[in-house]
Design a protein around this ligand. Structure first.
Ligand code: HEC
Ligand code: HEC
Length: 370
């Protein structure tokens, strides 16, 4: 009797702690005091009201993000932080002979904890000088002082490294909550028998999952067709021949000579064969998270599908956004031509795939669909 009671008390206190850690993480995620000029929090570039992306109007169609200084811009598009917790720790799959998982477009942080430590100290993001000065900002807040000590021990602020680590752990705990991964889109409701797809959505679904037709599911599928909890990425790295974003070059945000070498920037994967490979992104909420690709080069979801089709369809000559022929790939030598080989699509099929992708929108964002 006594034992079970102890067990219940112990279980409750564990639940209490993990709950509160996520709550602390939530406070931190929204706290602009973690940036130098106190203007920017994680939520600034990962807005929970808009699919956890950077939806601020910034003069360049949201292709890349403005940092805390108000001037500096990065060179990559902010991916959604939603569903990010499902990416496995970065590792080399010895059977398939390729890299998988991790956080960022190049997997350079192995997990969410590591990831969360990056932005505060990134000079073109939150711009803090060092861990010590971030921890000093934490100490300004009486609530933090109390909660950190309760969760991580009363000596937690005696060591800046440990306090900083605790902060990243709390943020990661928040990012692992249901808030970030509700799995309640039309597609999920369809799997539960609560939503009936239109015939166009059905066609798009069939095309998406058919490796004889599109091959999308070779890369954008983890568990399998009609399996619950699908994140629509296998977390591998591939070069699909995305062109350089010329707007970033014209505006002087990146140099003319700039090439984003992707995975080979990751210190664990610095090989030439990895140049131009990027992590396969989730397709959850994809219809509301434009612009697309690691450099935000495409504004419209339909363009992305047309882009895949141009590898196989000689009639798909022009990029519909520029009315000019598609630009060449930023990095040519590592393009995965094998997996990009698909049956050619007509406009009706492209529209159907777009309609299917729209069903991957979480319920809370459905009002944002055009
Ligand atoms: C100035 C805008 C900005 C701020 C502020 C910012 N991020 Fe990001 N975030 C980005 C960009 C850009 C990337 C992609 C960078 C890359 O891949 O090199 C990214 C990537 C990520 C990813 C990786 C997602 C994936 O699928 O790989 C996560 C998770 C994330 N950020 C969470 C956070 C957290 C937590 C904070 C606060 C501690 C934060 N971000 C602050 C812009 C921002
Ligand atoms: C060889 C693997 C592969 C195949 C096959 C593939 N994709 Fe992708 N997909 C990727 C990678 C990698 C990226 C990111 C590329 C980059 O940014 O450079 C991507 C990006 C995307 C994006 C933009 C995501 C974002 O957040 O910006 C969409 C949408 C998309 N793919 C849909 C599809 C559809 C639909 C198909 C089938 C017609 C498909 N993909 C086939 C690997 C693949």
């Amino acid at each position: 009797m006594k034992r079970t009671l102890m067990g219940i008390i112990l279980l409750n206190s564990i639940l209490f702690a993990s709950n509160n850690e996520a709550k602390l993480g939530e406070m931190l995620f929204f706290d602009p005091n973690l940036s130098k000029n106190r203007t920017q929090s994680c939520a600034t570039c990962h807005n929970p009201n808009h699919g956890f992306i950077d939806d601020r109007e910034n003069g360049i169609n949201k292709m890349v993000s403005l940092g805390d200084g108000g001037k500096s811009l990065g060179d990559r598009n902010a991916p959604t932080a939603a569903y990010a917790s499902f990416s496995p720790h970065f590792f080399y799959d010895t059977k398939k002979k390729l890299y998988k998982g991790g956080q960022f477009w190049d997997g350079r942080e192995k997990d969410l904890k590591g990831q969360a430590g990056g932005p505060p100290l990134n000079p073109i993001e939150m711009g803090m000088a060092d861990k010590k000065s971030v921890v000093a900002r934490l100490k300004e807040n009486k609530n933090y002082l109390e909660i950190f000590k309760k969760l991580y021990g009363k000596n937690i602020f005696k060591n800046d490294n440990k306090a900083y680590q605790a902060m990243t752990q709390a943020i990661a705990a928040f990012e692992t909550t249901k808030e970030f991964a509700p799995f309640d889109s039309k597609y999920d409701r369809y799997l539960k028998g609560e939503y009936e797809m239109t015939s166009q959505e059905e066609l798009g679904k069939a095309l998406f999952f058919s490796n004889n037709n599109t091959n999308c599911a070779t890369c954008h599928l983890l568990k399998g067709e009609d399996k619950e909890g699908e994140t629509f990425t296998n977390y591998e790295y591939h070069n699909i021949g995305v062109p350089k974003n010329k707007v970033l070059e014209e505006k002087g945000i990146v140099k003319k000579s700039f090439k984003d070498i992707g995975l080979s920037k990751n210190r664990l994967a610095q090989y030439k064969e990895n140049e131009g490979k990027f992590k396969v992104p989730t397709l959850r909420n994809i219809a509301i998270t434009a612009p697309y690709m690691h450099n935000g080069v495409f504004q419209d979801l339909r363009t992305v599908i047309a882009f895949y089709d141009k590898f196989n369809n000689p009639q798909r000559i022009d990029n519909p956004e520029t009315n000019q022929p598609w630009d060449e790939a930023e990095i040519e030598h590592s393009i995965n031509h094998k997996d990009l080989k698909m049956k050619k699509l007509n406009d009706q099929k492209i529209d159907a795939i777009v309609a299917f992708l729209k069903t991957l929108t979480d319920k809370r964002y459905e009002h944002l669909l055009k």
